[in-house]
Design a protein around this ligand. Structure first.
Ligand code: ZN
Length: 191
């Protein structure tokens, strides 16, 4: 198990566009080790996902997993998913306003509009192609992680900077209203 240091906002590598991987390189020991390290690092930090540039590797790989997550107790579960060279299509114009945080933006949260219905095409760690539709908060989690591959952070998408809050102030002033609203959303759209 290797937990790698996570880069924080201000590190220029977080702002670069990562490169796609050919199947042969994906199969290399180096990339398979990187995937294992991303999973270990994501789990150690209680993240819902992590992208390779967050550990300084500028390749288009992200891992996503939601179990019982103390950072995000209202999120529907997502089984461990490794996405390589992902491409997202927005299926309609429905949006949801989500309060997000990020392992690369310590102690900060803010509200971001995400598409509710997306189709994502990606390779798994073995090079097999998947085409899947994602919905609701799960779709939002995919959009957050895939943004990292293009050098974007959730901060760039915060539509009202007055929603920015530390975790402590979120808990104190905003959490109850957000959880009530987002729980109703999850019950309406599922996943
Ligand atoms: Zn992030």
């Amino acid at each position: 198990m290797t937990v790698r240091p996570i880069l924080h906002v201000g590190n220029p590598r977080l702002r670069e566009v990562s490169r796609p991987l050919a199947r042969a390189e994906l199969a290399s020991a180096e990339m398979q080790t990187l995937i294992d390290d991303l999973i270990d690092t994501m789990r150690a930090a209680n993240g819902a996902g992590i992208a390779a540039p967050q550990v300084g590797e500028l390749v288009r790989i992200a891992t996503i997993e939601v179990n019982e997550n103390p950072r995000y107790p209202y999120k529907p579960r997502i089984p461990l998913t490794v996405v390589v060279n992902p491409v997202v299509e927005f299926l309609d114009d429905e949006m949801v306003d989500v309060n997000e945080g990020c392992l690369s933006v310590p102690n900060m949260r803010g509200n971001v509009l995400r598409h509710v219905n997306i189709r994502v095409t990606y390779l798994d760690r073995h090079g097999n192609e998947h085409v899947e539709t994602k919905r609701g908060l799960t779709a939002g989690t995919f959009q957050h992680e895939l943004d990292h591959l293009d050098g974007l952070l959730f901060l760039d998408r915060v539509h009202d900077t007055r929603t920015l809050t530390t975790w402590e102030q979120f808990e104190r002033y905003h959490r109850a209203a957000f959880v009530e609203r987002i729980t109703a959303f999850v019950e309406r759209v599922g996943s």
